[in-house]
Design a protein around this ligand. Structure first.
Ligand SMILES: [Fe+2]
Length: 240
């Protein structure tokens, strides 16, 4: 599996607290069948900013520690960005990290609000030939708006949290997660793992099993691995 949404970098947000916890999360990831993990620290202006300030440095530190500990796991870096009105401008200025593809970016669906301008913001990102991935809309009031369907129809993508499919956030969130799987709106499922004990990488393998059981192995593989390959592959424009 490829886990495209994790808070595995230490000390930059509400995820891993230190290197010991980071390495434990990585060991668990390998144990459950994750071969590549993308570190996506929160970026929330005025609150969590260190993930993009020192993310590259921490990623190198992680690679070195994985090698020393003989943990066979590929890692790369992006960020989970809370939407803010100036976001498009920041992206154009290269101030916000994309996935290694250079085209995809993870936009957090706010957990307690549904900004009226969010749909337009996502459209503007698509206009720039980017692919916004809306993280866990099933956990957000956005689930009740036209935004998820509009995003998918216009070429954006949706990432569900593994825990949502498993009922970690309650039955209503679980219901929305399975609705989005059923409608074909979900492109990816990721662990959104924050810690080594609860909300850890095992959620992804458990969700994968649930999807395989409910919807078949092919979709389970697509949601947890196949479609994510393009995110971790640097984009190459063969025409130039
Ligand atoms: Fe997250």
């Amino acid at each position: 599996m490829i886990d495209i949404h994790t808070h595995v970098l230490p000390g930059v947000d509400d995820g891993s607290q230190d290197w010991e916890e980071t390495l434990q999360m990585c060991r668990t990831a390998v144990e459950v069948g994750i071969t590549h993990l993308v570190a996506t620290p929160h970026f929330i202006p005025g609150a969590y900013t260190r993930g993009i300030e020192i993310g590259s440095q921490l990623l190198e530190g992680l690679k070195n520690r994985l090698a020393t500990a003989e943990i066979s796991l590929e890692v790369s870096l992006a960020a989970e960005m809370e939407p803010f009105p100036e976001m498009v401008q920041w992206v154009e200025e290269g101030r916000l990290p994309l996935y290694p593809s250079g085209k995809h970016l993870l936009v957090e669906a706010p957990l307690y609000s549904s900004p009226t301008w969010l749909g337009d913001l996502l459209d503007d990102l698509i206009t720039l030939d980017l692919v916004p991935i809306l993280a866990h809309p099933e956990r957000s009031p956005i689930a009740y708006t036209p935004i998820p369907e509009r995003l998918v129809k216009r070429g954006g993508e949706i990432q569900l949290d593994a825990g949502s499919l498993l009922g970690l956030w309650g039955r209503e969130t679980q219901r929305w997660a399975w609705i989005m799987v059923g409608k074909g709106w979900a492109t990816y499922v990721a662990s959104d793992s924050h810690r080594s004990d609860i909300r850890d990488p095992r959620l992804l393998s458990r969700a994968r099993e649930a999807i395989a059981r409910e919807r078949g192995e092919e979709l389970a593989q697509a949601l947890t691995e196949e479609r994510a390959k393009k995110l971790i592959t640097p984009w190459c424009n063969s025409g130039t």
